[in-house]
Design a protein around this ligand. Structure first.
Ligand code: ADP
Ligand code: ZN
Ligand code: MG
Length: 477
């Protein structure tokens, strides 16, 4: 047992998939000409009044339901006061003591029993603008396109016990939010951002240690690495007689280290007070029930169904349901395929490796699901060998053609014609009398060599099972 226990809590901001901003009707598209999607409200001009976007609340409720949170019948927006040059009003509209939802949990599926991560709250808030630095020209600009974009902040309890747990939690959370279509959860586009809080305590101790908060990670792996670095930094500090100071630190991906950014502010520094321009939000129970009834099947239920209906193992079902688009891809392919296990392998191993290489999401897969089903059919019917199937699959990715067409065009059909194979076997035996005699005199190992030569002669197209049979027949007795 290690001397310290790691304690982690994560704060995730996701951008809600609305068309317009939280308090005005400016569009929320990504990128674009700076300051082209602004209006007096999201610029915080005097005399303007915010109007709450109903869709943001609906998406917040949808997320809260998927996160097993209690939805507050009555919630309130507060002003969080601080100065930042990209925030025109000098306050951010957020939620404080009356958040939209609280007390939820997320289950991380594990074969030995799932790990439950408590959620303290999930609340609505507006995003700030963005500073753009022109280092060469020596000035900075501010872009308010992002100002007022609706965010949901999801805060865990300090329930995570390792950087790996944190990584798994983020994957499960993203899957949930994407499944209920609340957010794209695209870290690169900033629609999913994570701040990670971490502390150590002596193993067996109940009291939480002093935490640091790490920001600026742009991938789940970066979160995991930043936390691992922070865990060892804190451990060394404590072992050498020092003390962890509560602060916010920035992660630097190049050095994989964290650096101090600022001392941590406390809630009272922000002088929260209810936003007098916004009436409290009262939610109708019936509306919440309607939203709840319209939720799609959640990942855990889907994984269970995949295990039952497709007879897949825990691991395969977990991978296939780790993303809604991937699950849909599999189900489309499965409609035209009888061999689910093999289908699952081609998708989770070959296809996913290929997509990862080119950083392509499954939605833009060069191979449509029907083509994978067809490939599995060709293998199962013995038309092509598993080995040839790999090269066919590579061609399917490059040429975007169905496998049957590729097999036909290149004459890759497996050779199962015995007389044809017998001729090749004769030739190989003639060329390699040594191994042939070895096998005839009982050295089983020599068989592999001979089969290998036949496969080579036929450019991988011989049916290996038949080749085995023919060589045995020819050389034994
Ligand atoms: P703060 O006011 O510093 O933002 P919060 O209480 O709002 O702190 O918690 C922020 C996040 O930090 C939550 O996810 C919480 O679970 C986590 N957290 C709080 N205390 C600790 C701690 N001692 N160690 C690790 N994580 C913590
Ligand atoms: Zn606006
Ligand atoms: Mg906080």
């Amino acid at each position: 047992m290690s001397e310290f226990e790691t304690v982690i809590g994560l704060e995730v901001h996701v951008q809600l998939k609305t068309r317009s901003k939280l308090f005005c009707d400016c569009p929320v598209d990504w990128g674009g000409e700076p300051n082209s999607r602004v209006c007096p409200v999201c610029l915080g001009l005097p005399g303007t009044l915010p109007v709450l976007n109903r869709k943001s609340v609906e998406l917040g409720v949808r997320a809260a339901l998927a996160l097993n949170c209690r939805i507050a019948p009555f919630s309130q927006f507060h002003r969080k006061n601080y100065f930042y040059p990209d925030m025109a009003k000098n306050y951010q509209v957020s939620q404080y003591d009356l958040p939209l939802s609280a007390d939820g949990f997320v289950e991380i599926p594990r074969e030995e029993g799932s790990l439950r991560v408590g959620l303290a709250r999930a609340h609505l808030e507006e995003d700030t603008g963005k500073l753009v630095h022109f280092a060469a020209e020596g000035f900075s600009g501010v872009d308010f396109n992002r100002s007022g974009v609706p965010l949901l902040e999801i805060v865990t309890r300090p329930d995570l016990r390792s950087p790996e747990d944190a990584y798994d939690y983020l994957k499960v959370l993203r899957n949930l939010l994407r499944t209920v279509e609340v957010s794209d959860c695209d870290m690169e586009k900033g629609s999913f951002r994570c701040d990670a809080n971490v502390s150590l305590r002596l193993s067996g101790s109940e009291k939480l240690g002093v935490k640091t908060e790490v920001k600026n990670m742009n991938s789940f792996r970066a979160v995991e690495r930043a936390l691992s670095y922070e865990v060892s930094r804190q451990a060394e500090l404590i072992r050498s007689g020092g003390a962890v100071v509560q602060e916010t630190r920035l992660y630097d991906a190049a050095s994989q280290k964290t650096f101090p950014m600022r001392s941590k502010e406390e809630a009272h520094d922000y002088r929260y007070f209810p936003d007098p321009d916004l009436v409290p939000t009262e939610l109708d129970r019936v509306w919440i029930e309607e939203i709840s009834a319209a939720l799609p099947e959640l990942p855990s239920a889907k994984a269970g169904r995949f295990q039952r209906d497709y007879e897949l193992g825990f691991y395969d079902a977990g991978v296939l349901t780790s993303d809604p688009a991937l699950a849909e891809y599999f189900e489309t392919a499965a409609r035209a395929c009888a061999n689910f296990k093999t289908l699952s392998n081609w998708i989770t191993v070959e296809l996913m490796a290929r997509l990862k290489e080119s950083d392509t999401p499954i939605e833009s897969s060069p191979v449509p699901p029907e083509h994978v089903s067809e490939l599995v059919g060709l293998i199962d019917r013995g038309v092509i060998s598993g080995k040839i199937a790999k090269s066919v699959f590579a061609l399917m990715c490059d040429e975007r053609k169905p496998p049957s067409e590729i097999v036909r065009e290149r004459g890759l059909v497996q050779i199962s014609d015995e007389s044809e194979l017998e001729k090749v076997v004769e030739k190989v035996i003639g060329e390699h009398p040594g191994p042939a005699e070895d096998f005839a005199s009982g050295k089983e190992k020599a068989l592999g060599f001979l089969v290998g030569r036949v496969m080579k002669e036929t450019r991988g197209q011989a049916n290996p099972r038949l080749v085995n049979e023919i060589i045995r027949r020819r050389l034994s007795g």
